[in-house]
Design a protein around this ligand. Structure first.
Ligand code: FES
Ligand code: FES
Length: 135
């Protein structure tokens, strides 16, 4: 099976590889693993005024997982929390032309984004918007 050009590009020139300070109040960290293959992905976001100003990843996994997380960090930068939450693994599949056997690699990236967002929201309490009524 051949990797698509875009996968190879991200794999050989990963964007935003590295770490942000996990304890910082403006940083959200998501660490997820794929049961299918045991690969692990760490994705971090730095948020200012509801906008993601930086994103980093570290992925121990296949080329598609690395490419998916590299692409995800590119997409995350400049997005609001709400826009980031709307990123779907299917968008990644389409952009990278992932074959069916590599779909779960993109799911890993979506899960990592969601985990990073929820970690950030947990830190700030921003996720706790009650629908209505005091209670
Ligand atoms: Fe994920 Fe090979 S199955 S690295
Ligand atoms: Fe498992 Fe890509 S993340 S093969």
């Amino acid at each position: 099976m051949a990797y698509s050009e875009k996968v190879v590009d991200h794999f050989t020139h990963p964007r935003n590889m590295g770490s942000l300070p996990k304890e910082a109040p403006d940083v959200g960290t998501g660490i997820v693993g794929a049961p299918e293959c045991g690969d692990v992905m760490k994705l971090q976001i730095k948020v200012q005024n509801d906008t993601i100003v930086d994103a980093k990843f570290k992925t121990f996994g296949c080329g598609s997982a690395i490419a998916s997380s590299s692409l995800a960090t590119e997409w995350l930068k400049g997005k609001t929390i709400e826009q980031a939450a709307a990123i779907k693994n299917t968008d990644i599949v389409q952009e990278l032309n992932l074959p069916p056997v590599k779909i779960h690699c993109s799911v890993l990236a979506e899960d990592a984004i969601k985990a990073a967002l929820s970690d950030f929201q947990h830190k700030t309490g921003a996720g706790r918007q009650s629908g209505r009524g005091a209670g």
